[in-house]
Each structure stands twice: as structure tokens, then as C-alpha cells.
Design a binder for this molecule. Structure first.
Ligand code: FES
Ligand code: FES
Length: 164
């Protein structure tokens, strides 16, 4: 049986017809061609499919599209400024925290959601936000460095420049 749903995805209203067992991840990737959210485990275990739904980081493989009806969805395509990158993305580059990159959008979205919720998040808050996110390449050290960098930049007074 088909269901008509309406989502706002990266600020754009979308009307979609889905089946009862379609996941939000499948709809984003295959109907809307937003492939930044990755399908890793498909069972909520790896975090690769993380997006922001109604302000919360969620695993899109665990949400049925019909359950998301009416939701405001942000994917990694929607957080990236047209001519630049976010500070979370910049921190990943500076820490050299990307190898194959498969897990990276999920990590970025989890950190983005936490920083939007709490702009003064500590490194511990940011590490907690990454609970259950798996990376098979980096060994996590560089990703933990990202949380330190973001926490430092979140708490530094605006006019204080970093010393060289
Ligand atoms: S693909 Fe969704 S948590 Fe792994
Ligand atoms: S960089 Fe390859 S899985 Fe994380």
C-alpha cells in the first residue's frame, strides 16, 4: 500500500509517495538522490546514516518514511554553505580525521546537531554525541581531536585570536 507524505528537506518542501516499509534513508538516497547519508549496517548500529530530523540527530535507517511525515529534515547537503564548508567539516580537515570518508557525514551530522542544540558544548558533550558512531579506518584519535577543537572554538570569546 502506498502513502503520500510531505517532508521539508534542506528547506525545500517535498511531496512523496512511499510504501509502508520504506525507510527514510532509502527515500532520501534513492528518491531524492541525497546520498550524503550512507547506508552502512542498515540496523542502527554504525551511525553512517545520521541526519537531523526536527533538530535531533537520528539514524535514518531506523525511521520509516511514513513516520517522518511532516518532519523538517536536514542532510549533510543542506548544512554545507554554497561556497564553503561548516566549521565541523573544517575541523575534520584540519585534524586529518577522514580516510575512506564513508563514516564522515554521520559524524559531521551528529556533531552539527549537538552544536546547534548547545553552541557551548564541551568536548565531553561532543564525544557523547558520537556514541555508537563507528569508523573502521581512523582509529578515532583524530576524530576525538575534532571534538577538542570544536569545544575550544565554542568556548573561546569571539575577539580572542588563537596564538600561533
Ligand atoms: S546505516 Fe543506519 S546506523 Fe548504520
Ligand atoms: S574514515 Fe573510513 S570508516 Fe571512517
Amino acid at each position: 500500500m502506498k502513502h503520500d507524505i510531505q517532508l521539508t528537506v534542506n528547506g525545500i518542501p517535498r511531496n512523496l509517495t512511499v510504501t509502508a516499509d520504506d525507510t527514510l534513508l532509502r527515500v532520501l538516497r534513492e528518491e531524492l538522490h541525497l546520498t550524503g547519508a550512507k547506508k552502512g549496517c542498515g540496523e542502527g548500529e554504525c551511525g553512517a546514516c545520521t541526519i537531523i530530523m526536527n533538530g535531533e540527530a537520528i539514524r535514518a535507517c531506523l525511521v520509516l518514511a511514513v513516520e517522518a511525515n511532516g518532519a523538517d529534515i536536514l542532510t549533510i547537503e543542506g548544512i554545507t554553505p554554497p561556497n564553503g564548508i561548516t566549521r565541523v567539516q573544517q575541523a575534520f580537515i584540519e585534524a586529518d580525521a577522514v580516510q575512506c570518508g564513508f563514516c564522515t557525514p554521520g559524524f559531521v551530522m551528529a556533531l552539527e546537531a549537538e552544536l546547534r542544540r548547545n553552541p557551548r558544548a564541551t568536548a565531553a558533550d561532543l564525544r557523547n554525541a558520537l556514541g555508537g558512531h563507528l569508523c573502521r579506518c581512523t582509529g578515532y584519535e583524530a576524530i576525538l581531536q575534532v571534538t577538542e577543537t570544536l569545544a575550544t572554538s565554542a568556548t573561546r570569546p569571539k575577539n580572542t585570536k588563537k596564538r600561533a
